[in-house]
Design a protein around this ligand. Structure first.
Ligand SMILES: [Zn+2]
Length: 290
């Protein structure tokens, strides 16, 4: 208790089974190292007492859950919980706007919350050696991300718009990425449902503020709600309601993303029709789902 002015504390390489509760009084603490202990849970009351903490290192422990109260660490810039037993990350992590670096390497994560895309200062994200099968849609939120490590997971394809990130380093070896195979659609003409055709017409016309549709829409809130989940064709930019084709485009990290390394990355693209799929000049290769 007499060390409450401490700004840095290293308790690494010990046999602690819990975070010492007294730490909740160390409100000046800036850096806290608790790596290589036997800690299995993070008591919310301790997290609430560390408003100035900028670095938290919990590597090599036995933590399964990060509690939602992690958001109380409002100054945290770097969190590292490698080599633990994490099964999921709380969505509240997306509220920690100061975070610049997250390291969850070697855990048991199967997914990450979409809220991680809300971190405006995130520069480094390490998620290697987990069990991720998918990254959620919305990657464009990562405006500042420079390093992404997702090596050693179970990813098959990267999310829509991934090629627009301004990454400097990308690690993705050891995944289950879709193979590079040229496919052509044999479908000549598709038949859209009446609902889909109407939806496309309404979506198109709703962009014109003077159209009848734009003026009528406010009267039909249910229709507005239904149309709110629309998508846009990656080739012709036309709006559609139902994802008609989910394809894969192989992006070159040097050519398309301006990175130093040259690697081929499969990125998900959404198309409006077979017409668009067949129109392309060998840009879309793997056809993931019809
Ligand atoms: Zn199209």
């Amino acid at each position: 208790m007499c060390l409450q002015k401490l700004t840095e504390l290293n308790l690494g390489n010990n046999v602690l089974e819990e975070i010492p509760p007294v730490l909740k009084h160390f409100s000046c603490l800036n850096k806290l190292y608790l790596y290589a202990n036997k800690i299995s849970h993070l008591p919310p009351e301790v997290l609430e007492g560390l408003p100035n903490l900028e670095l938290l290192n919990l590597n090599h422990n036995r933590i399964k859950v990060i509690p939602a109260e992690i958001k109380r660490l409002c100054s945290l810039k770097s969190i590292s919980v490698t080599d633990n037993h994490l099964q999921q990350i709380p969505a509240e992590l997306g509220l920690m706007k100061s975070l610049t670096e997250i390291n969850f390497t070697n855990n048991k994560l199967t997914q990450i919350p979409q809220q991680l895309y809300n971190l405006p200062q995130l520069r480094k994200l390490y998620l290697a050696r987990n069990n991720l099968t998918d990254l959620p849609e919305g990657t464009l939120g990562w405006k500042t991300l420079k390093i992404l490590d997702v090596a050693g997971n179970c990813l098959s394809v990267f999310p829509v718009g991934f090629q627009f990130l301004t990454l400097e380093e990308l690690f993705f070896e050891g995944n289950s990425l879709v193979p590079f195979t040229l496919m052509e659609s044999i479908q000549v003409k598709e038949v859209f449902s009446l609902k889909e055709l109407s939806a496309r017409l309404i979506l198109q016309q709703s962009t014109n503020k003077l159209s009848v549709v734009s003026r009528a829409l406010p009267v039909f809130p249910e229709l507005q709600d239904m149309l709110s989940h629309w998508g846009q064709c990656a080739l012709c930019s036309q709006p559609f309601l139902t994802t008609w084709l989910e394809c894969v485009q192989f992006i070159n990290t040097r050519k398309h993303m301006g990175m130093k390394s040259s690697q081929s990355v499969p990125v998900r693209v959404l198309l409006c029709s077979y017409d668009c799929f067949n129109r392309d000049d060998h840009q879309y290769y793997g056809l993931v789902r019809l």
